[in-house]
Design a protein around this ligand. Structure first.
Ligand SMILES: O=c1[nH]cnc2c1ncn2[C@@H]1O[C@H](CO)[C@@H](O)[C@H]1O
Length: 468
């Protein structure tokens, strides 16, 4: 139900802006992980103590040791990207009181742009492998710290808008990975040398971040966005919603006998909502009690995903003889495929919020209460051994069981789709479990658990790598 004076999102401009902002939040993570072969090439090519007997057929992928990952680069990249995310998500929950949201959002995007420019410039600068590793890791740490502030602030902002806009942001986040993978493929197929390819590749997120900054500034010029951004209007809209609910419920109570109990309960909720809103007090424990199942599902989902992607999966090589296929195998079948299917998985929840898997499998119609959601997320643990037994060179303890490329592709399709699904479902269901005025806190809590899952996964990836 919408108010008569409520403006409309003309041509879905605001929705598109949130989509682009979603992309902006995950450009750094995705552009860094997709460029793993470039970083590995630099670290090996400029390492003076490299053992040249490892070089094999001379492709950059084979010019590395320790599973094609010198310096344990994949694992450090994952950990140093996700740890600041966790810390700064916490920091943001304090910062939001003292630094205005516009400063936080524009400021963090400007720093991200600056750090991407440094990464692009580094492509052309010669230095030792150790210095390159140190500078890259510092860049990764700071770029992801600003990303966390950006992401936390945007989720907070979204609490003022209708739920559709959260789905747009999540969908945009999924698109960032595809964007990075396509940029990588285009620069690789340009036929230019390694350095020029990398330069072209890293200039793309600079442009992407610049577009995100412009879009965010534009948001404040659009009537629809201005309406929701002004807190007074949001408050009025929420009160209006409560009034409308109360009206509807009165009708229900008068007309339908069976609806009475439900109506009284909902009226109590509505009253509670207004009263609490006036006091502006929300109990985090009470919210946690309502959403813990969603939070647990999110943590398990991200832990499983990040434990193998990209730290383990980026090392899987094709066993085909075809050289071009060997070169494109990982960018296409690992990064592009993951991001396409992850996005598909996330988008399923835009069409139907109910988790369709249990409906199809057991004909159960779950609500936001369903207790087996974390169990469903746990089933994905099976992908950890499956990926570890794929075609990774120089296994120490394990052997290659799934040598054929087709196995890796099949595992990747199911793994990434279920990942997107297990992440998006709790993110969309959690706000439905709480009262309207608890929405903002719920967003913050879920963002914290999201970051916790990512960090746990990144930590676990070191253990799994050691077991390879
Ligand atoms: O900061 C983040 N927020 C939300 N999702 C993230 C973040 N970092 C990584 N991923 C998610 O982790 C998976 C592997 O890349 C992808 O689903 C990606 O969207």
């Amino acid at each position: 139900m919408s108010r008569k004076d409520e403006p409309h999102d003309k041509h879905n401009v605001v929705a598109v802006i949130f989509f682009i902002l979603g992309m902006g939040t995950l450009l750094p993570w995705n552009f860094f992980i997709t460029a793993i072969p470039y970083f590995q090439y630099r670290l090996t090519a400029e390492e003076p103590a490299v053992d040249t007997s490892d070089y094999g057929n001379g492709t950059s992928a084979n010019r590395t040791h320790s599973h094609g990952d010198p310096f344990n680069f994949n694992n450090w990249l994952t950990l140093l990207a996700q740890l600041p995310l966790l810390l700064c998500t916490l920091l943001n929950s304090f910062l939001y009181q003292c630094i205005p949201e516009r400063v936080r959002i524009v400021g963090s995007m400007v720093f991200i742009l600056f750090l991407f420019i440094i990464t692009a410039a580094l492509v052309k600068i010669e230095m030792s492998a150790q210095s390159f590793f140190d500078i890259t890791m510092s860049t990764v740490w700071f770029i992801n710290a600003f990303c966390a502030i950006l992401q936390g602030s945007l989720f907070g902002l979204l609490a003022l808008f209708p739920q559709k806009f959260s789905s747009m942001l999540l969908s945009g986040q999924g698109m960032a990975g595809m964007f990075a993978a396509i940029a990588m493929l285009l620069s690789m197929s340009s036929g230019a040398d390694h350095r020029t390819t990398a330069l072209g590749y890293f200039i793309t997120p600079c442009i992407g971040t610049f577009i995100s900054i412009t879009c965010y500034l534009l948001l404040y010029r659009l009537d629809f966005a201005k309406y929701y951004l002004s807190k007074t209007n949001t408050q009025t809209a929420k009160n209006y919603e409560v009034e409308t609910n109360a009206e509807l419920l009165n009708k229900e109570v008068n007309g339908e006998t069976g609806g009475e109990k439900k109506a009284v309960l909902l009226l109590k909720d509505a009253e509670a909502s207004v009263v609490t809103e006036e006091k502006q007090k929300v109990s985090i424990c009470a919210v946690l009690k309502k959403i813990w199942i969603m939070a647990l599902t999110l943590v398990i989902g991200f832990t499983v995903t990040l434990s193998v992607f990209p730290a383990i999966t980026a090392n899987v090589k094709s066993n085909s003889e075809n050289e071009s296929w060997q070169k494109f195998f990982n960018p296409v079948c690992c990064f592009l495929l993951f991001n396409i299917m992850d996005w598909v998985g996330r988008s399923i929840t835009s069409y139907t919020l109910w988790n369709i898997l249990p409906v199809v499998l057991w004909n159960i119609q779950p609500g936001p209460d369903c207790k087996y959601l974390p169990l469903l997320a746990c089933c994905r643990i099976i992908f950890i051994p499956l990926f570890m037994l794929c075609n990774i060179p120089n296994h120490n303890y394990l052997t290659v069981v799934f040598a054929n490329d087709a196995w890796f592709i099949i595992f990747m399709i199911v793994f990434s789709m279920s990942s997107g699904y297990c992440i998006s479902l709790p993110m969309c269901l959690a706000p439905k479990k709480v009262l309207p005025h608890e929405g903002e806190v719920t967003g913050a809590i879920m963002t914290f658990f999201l970051a916790l899952g990512l960090s746990l996964g990144a930590g676990l990836s070191f253990v799994l790598k050691a077991l390879l």
